[in-house]
Design a protein around this ligand. Structure first.
Ligand code: GLP
Length: 261
């Protein structure tokens, strides 16, 4: 696992946008896994800025898969992850909604929603690059602590802590749905490149457990240690709980530019 500590979220946004753009140029039919929450927003803003400045790669062949979705929201809710990705990324990039996939929270179709989503990802050829945030409790997508490290897309129940953390999108914790559909940790682990971003002191304990702790369902993001190409991008506050900071900085400073992340 590569750990890169940069000055701030804007610098992280530029580096991740570089990696995404390089992938799309190299592979015009790339499959991009996108995350929601506040953390990926600087990446999306940078990609949209580049498109507005005429610096974007050609997005017309790219397929997008979101990580997760709330269950029980009214259709078209602005808080749904489908709406969020459209608003923050794919609409501003001018992407056809048919290129964007998400788990289907239709209540009448829930029993096989996970299986259907797995099939869609498989039929697209799998995810090339998966963007990830991390929950303050170490969750990845909506895989809460205790999730199987080999889990597939399925329904999960959110913890009280995650509902409190996401209350800002719903006005109150009580307004946050209890149930979600989420790619499993096994599903996420099949992506070609995992790119996890974390900023702020509130994530430092989860980051330390994920990066330097034991691989454990107790910290779902620790499953990244089992992946052959995983990059963790942090600001100094999110890196504050790590023991090997000096080493991570030395590795990054000595890395030739051509390698990217
Ligand atoms: C939600 C999402 C995760 C995200 C996490 C952290 O629970 N399902 O994918 O990583 O929140 O969100 P934020 O980036 O807003 O801290």
């Amino acid at each position: 696992m590569e750990v890169v500590i940069l000055a701030d979220e804007a610098a992280i946004g530029v580096l991740v946008a570089d990696a995404v753009a390089a992938l799309v140029r190299r592979r015009p039919a790339a499959v991009l896994g996108v995350a929601t929450g506040s953390t990926p927003l600087p990446v999306y803003r940078e990609l949209v800025r580049r498109a507005r400045d005429g610096l974007a790669p050609d997005w017309s062949g790219v397929t997008f898969f979101t990580l997760d979705e709330y269950v029980g929201l009214p259709a078209g809710s602005a808080a749904s992850y489908r709406s969020t990705i459209a608003r923050e990324l794919t609409d501003p990039l001018g992407i056809d909604p048919a290129q964007v996939h998400g788990p289907d929270p239709d209540p009448d179709r829930l029993p096989d929603a996970g299986e259907r989503y797995e099939r869609e990802i498989h039929e697209a050829g799998g995810v090339d690059l998966q963007l990830l945030g991390i929950g303050a409790d170490g969750h990845l997508a909506f895989n809460e602590p205790g999730s199987s490290l080999v889990s597939r897309t399925r329904i999960k129940t959110l913890t009280a802590r995650t509902r409190a953390d996401n209350a800002r999108f719903f006005g109150s914790a009580d307004g946050v749905p209890r149930h979600v559909l989420t790619q499993g940790l096994g599903t996420i682990g099949e992506a070609g490149h995992l790119v996890l971003v974390a900023v702020g002191e509130g994530k430092s304990a989860a980051v330390a457990a994920a990066v330097e702790g034991p691989v454990s369902a107790g910290c779902p993001a620790s499953v990244m240690q089992l992946h052959g190409h995983a990059t963790v991008l942090l600001d100094p506050a999110a890196a504050a709980g790590l023991e090997r900071v000096a080493y991570y900085r030395e590795v990054w400073e000595g890395k030739p530019d051509w390698q990217g992340i």
